[in-house]
Design a protein around this ligand. Sequence first.
Ligand code: FAD
Length: 452
Amino acid sequence: MDGLRNVLADVVGHRFVVDDADVLATRSTDQTGRYRGRAGALVRPGNTAEVAAVLNACRSRGVPVTVQGGRTGLVAGTVPEHDDVLLSTERLTTIGDVDAATGLITVGAGVTLAQVHSAAAAAGLKFGVDIASRDTATIGGMVSTNAGGLHTVRYGNMAEQVLGLEVVLPDGTTVRRSPKVLSDNSGYNLPALWVGSEGTLGVVTAVDLKLRRVPVHRVTTLTGFDRLEDVVDAGRMLRTLDGVDALELLDGRGLELAARRLNAAVPTGRAWYLLAEVSAAHDPMESLAEALERIDPPETPSVGVDGPSSTRLWAARECFAEVVGLFGPPLKFDAALPLDSLAAFAEDAAAVIASRAPEAIPVLFGHIAEGNIHLNVLNCPNADTVYRSVLELVRDHGGNVSSEHGVGSLKRNYLDLALSAEDIATMWAIKRALDPSDYLNRAVMFPDALRH
Ligand SMILES: Cc1cc2nc3c(=O)[nH]c(=O)nc-3n(C[C@H](O)[C@H](O)[C@H](O)COP(=O)(O)OP(=O)(O)OC[C@H]3O[C@@H](n4cnc5c(N)ncnc54)[C@H](O)[C@@H]3O)c2cc1C
């Protein structure tokens, strides 16, 4: 490792290679604090050529590399398991000009989501993806996990925002696929291969992103329900409205904790809440009010029609990330279920958790339009007793084990609950074709059984 560190310092400069034990320990721990690994060095290349040289130096010496963006990932994908070199993209921060005619912006992989939002706003446009980790999550990490978030019902995941990208392959080759014209069917859709590949097929260094027009009018509502089935039905109806921007499910217990924490006047007392937002060129208030009347919820919804009132409702939703950490690192599930089985799954999961870990508190929230739920189990020190059983329940109810966070190292040995043997074998063949020595993100995505 000493020799390699010197070579890396020659590539990126001494101050961008770190071997301090405390820094490496922090960098080897995941966002939740639950998962830890070990690294031999942290290297921060400043451009694409340096990324390629770092990969070549590590590969030729047989040293594994783990790629790190903002390290906000929730599936331990940045946790090194083999004394890896950590390759951070934090210096790849170029932000190109917005092409207002095509709505395109090109940014470096280390640019944060918040910076993209600012650049888009400065050009009078908006970026369609938003997640609560926006100040730290990077575009490279978001592309690599195909992040979803609060507005997927309208704009889709990252896959729908990526027009082109630049990636350094495991063998050090740089591939750039950018749209010269808006319509392009010349060959494979290569950028799609790296979206959601979680750093197993190369390091994304730059991305061409699609920007959108800003809707003028926005209305946000928060509505209480007694039964999860009723929230699902309400979500089904509201998603047919023109301009629906967000449909967020909130667990009443979590909302109460959030309201207390924020000391905010948000409604509480019901078992479930639905936060809905509609935005359009014309005022959507009337059509939203009509839809809510048809839904006939047990109480009058809270409505936000201006910036501050809407922000207050969203703050309660955003506070969930903080609330679920109140009892230490939560056990997290990110699954998507068919809407018809979502309520039954929630009930069965609560029963399994109550029987295996009676002191644990399940808190559910998520993006209801896609059936994407985040089940967080609070106060659950003994995760192993619960984890597989709940994932098996997800499978039995027809769901998948990762809706938007990815597989990471956390779920690699549960991939067979979501994918067929043929699926996994095809993915593994692609991985081996591009990275025959399996040195890049070696802990991520593929089951141990394939690697040994
Ligand atoms: C409060 C909070 C809220 C969140 N909300 C959401 C949400 O609503 N929706 C959602 O989808 N996610 C959400 N997340 C999860 C997380 O923010 C996303 O997964 C995000 O996409 C990770 O970006 P990152 O830059 O932090 O990536 P990292 O965590 O650094 O990396 C994630 C994975 O991508 C790989 N990687 C990173 N950068 C690159 C690159 N340039 N090239 C190749 N591989 C790379 C890493 O090796 C790792 O496997 C949330 C997280 C937090 C903490």
